[in-house]
Design a protein around this ligand. Structure first.
Ligand code: NI
Length: 246
């Protein structure tokens, strides 16, 4: 159930039986010449909604802005600084904690969010630890694209052409979800399998002028997206059940 579609008495009633909530987090950033800007947020949201439907868990509003500074040299990208994202997550968790939520399962759609999410959790834990009290909160990050089931299916569909950004699996999921995404076409340059480290946005654009990293998004198909999303939901649901059961 989406938090956005609950009334406050309904949320209060749910808290009687569960203090867990699923939080989708993505990014608003370029995904190569054929991928939509919302890819990471749209994928994370779809997986999180699926977990909510499978488990009857509450699903928080999608955090659509992430840490995407390295994509800013491509038009349409919006980033939060790491410090801003830490503050946003901190305020969101503090709000939900006030109501009684204690366990937070983040379904993440963007690799660039991971370090900042972990720093945000450390900040929250440090508050309790430094004050000498038991904070009683637990957090998990599930990157929907890198569980064993999704990785195996991605490999089966795309071999060694998945790459690290604007990947065919994530593009396929958006194609399955949105006809607008499936209609994008562009002339892509030669496939480049190299994956190099990058610094700021200018450096990223120099290294990856089309915006993709070692990926071949032209292989993505909406029907792949349906299979990948089903696998991702099953995998994330298992992880969520372990998290709340543990
Ligand atoms: Ni992405």
């Amino acid at each position: 159930m989406l938090l956005a579609l609950c009334t406050w008495p309904e949320v209060a009633a749910r808290l009687e039986t569960s203090d867990a909530i699923v939080v989708p987090i993505g990014s608003t950033e370029q995904h190569g010449p054929t991928g939509v800007i919302g890819t990471d947020a749209l994928c994370a949201e779809a997986v999180a909604k699926g977990v909510g439907e499978a488990t009857d868990a509450l699903v928080a509003p999608t955090l659509s802005l992430g840490m995407a500074q390295h994509h800013l040299a491509f038009t349409g990208t919006i980033t939060l600084r790491p410090s801003t994202l830490i503050a946003v997550i901190g305020d969101m968790i503090a709000s939900l904690r006030r109501h009684g939520f204690r366990r937070f399962f983040f379904v993440n759609g963007h690799g660039g969010n991971i370090a900042t999410l972990q720093a945000a959790f450390s900040e929250i834990h440090a508050e309790a630890s430094l004050a000498g009290r038991d904070g009683g909160l637990s957090f998990a990050i599930h990157n929907w694209w890198d569980g064993p089931q999704v990785v195996a299916l991605s490999k089966e569909l795309y071999g060694d052409r998945c790459g690290a950004h604007a990947t065919p699996p994530e593009i396929a999921v958006t194609q399955h979800l949105y006809p607008e995404a499936a209609a994008k076409t562009a002339e892509l340059g030669a496939f480049d399998p190299s994956c190099r480290g990058f610094g700021d946005a200018a450096d990223f654009r120099r290294l990856y002028p089309e915006g993709r990293i070692a990926s071949d998004p032209s292989l993505a198909r909406p029907e792949h997206g349906a299979r990948l999303l089903a696998a991702a939901i099953e995998e994330a649901t298992g992880r969520f059940r372990d998290f709340v059961g543990g």
